[in-house]
Design a protein around this ligand. Structure first.
Ligand code: G6P
Length: 497
């Protein structure tokens, strides 16, 4: 592999030779407008399917549910990795959607996926910096896999179609694809935060990443701050022209940085929550936990950005200070296994499991642990039943692009009750203003927020939950996808005959 070759200068001209310079500020978008009548091609690190005993079936998850029906209708395609090393699967189709696997070798899995994506970019983008571990070898693999995605897309995408690329693993793809296929309309959505320029500029390949993303017509971010950080980085590093409306101009090309907070499939969660099986399961869960007065719940991927350890410490301190009572208050922590080959994730798991053991050893009674810890991937129905059982939901990440668990919890509480404690550093905090918001770095504030939630009067709980549920119903994941695609479609100048 070559040593950090120059990326191509972003050449931003349409097939008719006109520059792509039409700007549509996000504020002007009509959420009801049909997204686009052009074919859509999605690219994401992972394909939206999982292997089952009977072949492949769509993965659970809001993004897949939002995009699958659209792809089916538009005859669309999804390009991505199967998740297994050296899996050179042929293109196949599931429920009417064409899937094009991109092969990732065992070595690339280590360097591109575990290394550059999840050990270099992930902590940098989540303000979770430890010592610098930037490696040229990992960067080479990141470029090589991004190039492979770009080539696959260039070969597959129909003339003048819309290509929507997702997340931090594929930031170089837009410019690589633009160079090969100037006819395409290219969008990108960053699911995680974009860091402040002062942090981002630590990255040795900072210019290349910005140039890669500027191959897009539209880049979507979760929060206004993310879009502003990106604009600042483009301006400082590449001297790009930036406007307050989100327009970025560089080398004759134009990109819009817009804000599109992602959401969940609200109807689906509500339907599962209302089902008889869920109601029965919720009662069963409460009974199994010893029918405590208050069930506190945490549901996270086991990631060091999620603040699980500090949450457990806050709970332990409250038991120690007798502000909580182990006979009345229990905690359930679901930690979904993720990126288990990455050392920082192994360290985090060891620390969480040590804390759970310590707290249970100290405060549990025979047959009644005070912390119920599940290091498992639970089926979605089971999660919704748990959400319903949870009287207080603790979502306390140090930094999070959005955090859909916070939204799922509110959608599942069709009984109108339940309290959400939410970190102000989760993207969801912008919208979920009726949550008890907290700075999770402040241990006393976190303890007070938990007590406030536990002791909150029923009247206040219900008022806040009504506000949260109304907010969530205003924007579900289908609306999110439609708004992004409408905005992307609108970046293409209409050609006059
Ligand atoms: C986050 C990222 C996604 C990623 C997911 C699961 O939500 O934004 O891009 O797919 O975590 O992580 P994994 O490494 O298992 O794909």
């Amino acid at each position: 592999m070559s040593d950090t070759p120059d990326l191509p200068v972003v050449e931003r001209r349409r097939t008719d030779g006109t520059p792509a310079d039409r700007t549509i500020p996000p504020a002007e978008l009509d959420p009801l407008r049909a997204p686009t009548d052009r074919p859509i091609v999605i690219a994401a690190n992972r394909l939206p399917v999982m292997r089952t005993d009977d072949g492949w079936s769509p993965s659970p998850g809001g993004l897949v549910r939002a995009l699958y029906p659209m792809l089916r209708e538009s005859g669309g395609t999804w390009v991505g990795w199967t998740g297994d090393a050296d899996d050179a699967a042929e293109p196949f189709s599931v429920e009417g959607v064409d899937l094009h696997p991109v092969a990732v070798s065992a070595e690339e899995m280590e360097l591109y996926y575990e290394g550059f994506s999840n050990d270099a970019l992930w902590p940098l983008y989540h303000d979770a910096l430890r010592e610098s571990t930037y490696s040229g070898e990992q960067w080479d693999a990141y470029q090589a896999v991004n190039e492979r995605f770009a080539i696959a897309l260039a070969n597959i995408a129909p003339e003048n179609s819309v290509v929507w690329i997702h997340d931090y693993q594929l930031q170089l793809v837009p410019a690589m694809l633009r160079r090969q296929r100037p006819d395409l309309t290219i969008g990108f959505f960053l699911h995680i935060p974009f860091p402040p320029a002062e942090l981002f500029t630590r990255l040795p390949w900072r210019d290349e990443i910005i140039q890669g993303l500027l191959g897009c017509d539209l880049i979507g971010f979760q929060r206004p701050k993310d879009a502003a950080n990106f604009q600042a980085a483009a301006s400082q590093l590449l001297d790009a022209d930036t406007d307050p409306d989100g327009t970025i101009r560089l080398d004759g090309g134009t990109t819009i940085a817009g804000v599109f907070p992602i959401s969940i499939d609200v109807t689906e969660v509500e339907e599962i929550a209302a089902g008889r099986a869920t109601r029965q399961r919720t009662s069963q869960i409460r009974a199994r936990l010893g029918d405590p007065e208050v069930i506190m719940l945490g549901v996270d991927r086991l990631d060091y950005t999620k603040g699980i350890g500090l949450r457990l410490k806050a709970f332990a301190q409250l038991l120690e200070d007798e502000r909580l009572d182990p006979t009345r208050h229990v905690m359930v922590q679901v930690a979904t296994p993720t990126r288990e080959a990455v050392e920082h994730y192994q360290d985090e798991r060891a620390e969480i499991e040590r804390l759970v053991g310590e707290i249970n050893g100290r405060f549990s009674r025979i047959g009644l642990p005070v912390v119920h810890y599940l290091y498992q991937t639970l089926p979605y129905d089971e999660l919704v039943a748990l959400y319903r059982a949870g009287d207080v939901m603790l979502v306390t990440p140090f930094r999070d692009g959005m955090n859909l668990v916070a939204k799922e919890y509110c959608a599942a509480h069709i009984d109108g009750d339940g309290v959400l404690v939410l970190s102000e550093f989760a993207g969801a905090a912008d919208e979920l203003t009726e949550a008890v918001q907290v700075n999770p770095h402040d241990d006393r504030a976190l303890q007070d927020a938990i007590v406030e939630a536990v002791e909150m009067h029923r009247h206040e709980r219900r008022g806040r939950m009504e506000g949260l549920r109304n907010q969530i119903r205003k924007s579900d994941v289908q609306g999110w996808a439609a708004r992004f695609l409408a905005a992307l479609d609108a970046t293409t100048p209409t050609t006059t005959p």
